[in-house]
Design a protein around this ligand. Structure first.
Ligand code: 0R9
Length: 642
């Protein structure tokens, strides 16, 4: 952020010290030293190449994860300037890599800098947090190289050859004494670079992972920009308007928007400011939503689709089934909110609104069939909302009448302190019985579910309020649902799904997760949802304590350990658990519920786009992608009983 907010004068550069503060408090510069922070190093470097592309000089960026987790990033831009900077008496490359916050202000007329990772702190921070860094610049007919170790120059810039090409190449090895892990996740990087390619029309980005036996590759280049982005997001959904609606305007604050409606019931709007995903929204999103509501209502009125007696369509009616991407670029982006992912610049709302008002109303006038199809869906959404309101009223009134009435099947815990309380949502009555007897009733509650669970991906909100399978879950958690959901009211700090390790269990797990994802998303975002891990096998032998194994690898390892102690496989009894119901209360406690010994998997929402895709594939209408997904993921879900 700093990079774009301040212009440091020469004096300030001189008083800035070296990079020691970065190594002392890395979290302050890259958020954390977890795998997330590690990935930020790559984003910082790639963003510098993206800036060069936005300035109009670079068309391609290549990223390679080399063996040993070395990162290499190459662009074909002008090359970082190499001449001696008069104030620092160092080459400009060296200055950029060794002076904190130096990036961006030596660049002269490079246009506005708009790319930039979440923390936008630049090359010097990457250098400070790397065991070593090498930068190679092709420029002015020469090839120049410079090397650093832990932020300190060890080989100053020298010319090592001649070339007619231009560009910059950066290689670095993250410092393993600083990061918890230096093992990059290929999928995470690939997803981000695909996103950057969508957001930067025409820029080609390639990524290659050379670490494994098989090289993985991604190649992203979208002439369609955001149009390609929404087509990608909707690839498994049934579309209402075949071609996405596209709105683009250059100017002081460039805005780019693509919109496509699908027959689904969810709202998927992704917003970006300077290529940064604004998860918490902000002024650009606000402007877009307001304008969308206004334009559709105006159109419906002027074409007599809404009659005089009808009330206006509400924003949520108009956003049902929408997939949209809103991207703005601005010189001095201000990020607010808890995770600094909410755009704060107030002038943006009006810019987006006036632009969408004009472009979208023109589009609707010119495409009356599309307008009609979308409005039909909005109107039926509005009817469903009205029905849902009534159903919800009913639920509310019911719970107001019976204020203390928790679901009959819920065995609640005695503590009322949410942070220490857990609710196990258990499949089946018999497993529920064992769980009730085995639990620690001070802080563990049990909610058994039985019968067929509703697939919320295929149902509208009015079917969800008042559904007899979901209602107990909603009431037990106690924080409402949908737009009314209030995370501060949850009755349990941990909501734990405990299902069998077979196909049916996986199904229930997915149905419940889909429900949480669509109707209680903050619960997942806040890290309150967990999956219990029941064992698959029990090994037993007279005189030996039982051994529980949670995976097939676990089982093999246990066999090996026992063999080393001279106990052969034949001497050991093995029980394969088909379901939770086969375990008695003590076993269930010991293996799956006792906080001292259990393993819980926390459900995270790192990537909402990926999550939406997965839930659409697994729970939506289209069969083809679902089969593909299951086939290609079957190997990684060993516990499934297929
Ligand atoms: C491989 C990742 N790419 C980069 O890190 C990279 C930085 C960079 C750059 C310029 C061009 N390409 C780049 N790639 C550049 C050049 C010029 C002006 N501004 C930017 C120019 O030729 O005049 N720079 C980013 C910061 C700086 N250069 C600077 F501060 F050193 F100028």
């Amino acid at each position: 952020m700093e990079k774009y907010e301040h212009e440091y004068g020469a004096e300030q550069i001189q008083v800035l010290e070296g990079l020691d503060p970065v190594r002392k408090r890395p979290g302050m510069y890259i958020g954390s030293t977890s795998v997330r922070g590690l990935h930020h190093l790559v984003y910082e470097i790639v963003d510098n190449g993206v800036d060069e592309a936005l300035a109009g000089y670079c068309t391609e960026i290549n990223i390679v994860i080399e063996k040993g987790n070395i990162i290499s990033v190459t662009d074909n831009g002008r090359g970082i300037p190499v001449e001696i900077h008069p104030k620092t008496k160092l080459s400009t490359v060296e200055t950029v890599y060794t002076v904190l916050h130096a990036g961006g202000k030596f660049g002269g007329d490079s246009g506005y800098k708009v790319a930039g990772g979440l923390h936008g702190v630049g090359a010097s921070v990457v250098n400070a947090l790397s065991e070593w860094t090498e930068v190679t610049v092709k420029r002015d007919g020469g090839i120049y190289a410079i090397k650093f170790e832990r932020g300190k120059t060890i080989e100053p810039l020298k010319k090592i050859g001649e070339t007619k090409e231009t560009g910059t190449k950066v290689r670095f090895l993250a410092d393993n004494t600083i990061f918890e892990t230096t093992d990059y996740n290929y999928e995470t990087l690939e997803t981000r670079f695909r996103e950057i390619a969508f957001l930067t029309k025409g820029l080609k980005i390639t990524i290659e992972d050379q670490r494994g036996e098989e090289v993985k590759k991604g190649d992203f280049h979208f002439e369609g920009g955001l149009i390609s982005f929404v087509e990608f997001l909707n690839k498994n959904k049934e579309k209402i308007n075949k071609k996405p609606i596209y709105i683009e305007k250059d100017g002081e604050i460039p805005v780019e928007i693509a919109i496509q409606y699908t027959t689904s019931y969810s709202e998927n709007i992704y917003s970006f400011a300077n290529n940064i995903s604004t998860v918490e929204g902000g002024t650009h999103l606000e402007g877009f939503k307001r304008s969308l509501t206004k334009v559709f209502n105006d159109y419906a009125r002027s074409h007599n689709i809404l009659k005089e007696k009808d009330s206006n369509l509400q924003g949520e009616d108009i956003r049902e089934g929408i997939t949209a991407v809103v991207s703005v670029k601005l010189r001095e982006a201000q990020f607010e909110g808890q995770t600094k992912t909410k755009l704060g610049n107030s002038e943006v709302t009006g810019v987006v609104m006036s632009m969408v008002n004009e472009a979208l109303s023109t589009f609707l006038e010119e495409n009356p069939n599309v307008a009609k199809a979308i409005l039909e869906k909005c109107i039926s959404a509005s009817r469903a909302r009205e029905a849902a309101r009534k159903a919800r009223e009913l639920v509310r009134r019911k719970s107001a009448l019976e204020t203390t009435t928790l679901p009959g099947k819920l065995a609640d815990c005695s503590s009322k302190v949410a942070e220490e309380c857990e609710v196990y949502i258990v499949e089946g009555d018999s497993a529920g019985g064992s769980a009730k007897q085995g639990r620690d009733r001070r802080y563990q509650a049990i909610l058994p579910l039985w019968g067929k669970m509703l697939n919320v991906e295929k149902a509208r909100a009015d079917k969800i309020y008042g559904n007899d399978k979901l209602n107990p879950v909603i009431i037990a958690i106690g924080a409402g649902i949908g737009a009314d959901f209030d995370i501060t009211k949850i009755r349990y700090g941990k909501v734990i799904i405990m299902a069998d390790a077979d196909v049916d269990g996986a199904h229930i797990r997915t149905l419940l997760l889909t429900f949480f994802f669509r109707y209680m998303r903050p619960l997942i975002e806040n890290g309150n949802v967990f999956l219990a891990q029941p064992p698959l096998y029990k090994l037993s032998k007279k005189g030996m304590e039982d051994i529980y194994c949670y995976t097939d690898d676990d089982l093999e390892n246990s066999y090996k350990e026992l063999e080393e102690k001279g106990i052969s496989r034949e001497q050991i009894g093995i029980q394969r658990y088909k379901g939770l119901g086969e375990m008695n209360p003590e076993q269930l406690w010991e293996t799956t519920m006792n906080p001292e010994t259990r393993t819980l998997v926390k459900v995270t929402m790192d990537d909402a786009i990926k999550a939406d895709e997965t839930f659409t594939i697994l729970m939506g209408d289209e069969v083809g992608p679902r089969r593909e997904f299951i086939e290609s993921n079957a190997k990684s879900v060993k516990n499934l009983d297929v």
